[in-house]
Design a protein around this ligand. Sequence first.
Ligand code: 6GU
Length: 236
Amino acid sequence: MRIDVVSLFVDFFRGPFDASLLGRARTEGLLDLRVHDLRDWARDRHRTVDDQPYGGGAGMVLKPEPFFDAVEQLYGSVEARPRTVLLTPRGRTLTQQLVEQLAAEPQLLLLCGRYEGIDERVHRALATDEVSVGDYVLAGGEAAACILVEAVTRLLPGVMGNATSGVDESFAAGLLEYPHYTRPASYRGMDVPAVLTSGDHAAVAAWRREQAVATTRQLRPDLFEAWRRSDGEGAG
Ligand code: 6GU
């Protein structure tokens, strides 16, 4: 998959996009991830990308031209652009379902905003999706773009290996994961549940399922209710 990211702070991505899972996906050629500086498409020698808001008010607004010029240079025309995600607190909240959709695309463009906002014409004419990572305010879309890229990349074919399917049975099914244990069997008075050391694979599977449901009910009653209403019919 190819992902282009347009941002005012390209250095922001240095660590996150080079380390661990993303770094490996890139060096193995599974992810073609390119970060572009919005200022490359500024039109004056001061590389200005923002201006005062029409109608007045505090703060600066990112101008439309650099975004449109970036898209036209990267893809030839606005019409030829790939699925284009504008990271903004007003977007719809990123979910595993949306991550799965985005991971199925051949190519993505991520646009990161800063300052008070982005000219509305970028929202209207360039964004195919407006995405937020939660109901709180960040200084810009860069951290949100990192979250989106990591969540998408771990679903790409070959990235996670055979041992684990990136499509978690839990979240994909609307439940949290069951609890995990490793050695020692007893630690600070807390014992590993006996079923896990029993060797009874069917009993282990049943316990894990039951624990996933119980954990979700306790920690995320909102997810639990949604699960009960759909997949969980008769089980809750
Ligand atoms: Cl995508 N951007 C900003 N600035 N704040 C956010 C966000 C995005 N998602 C949650 N808060």
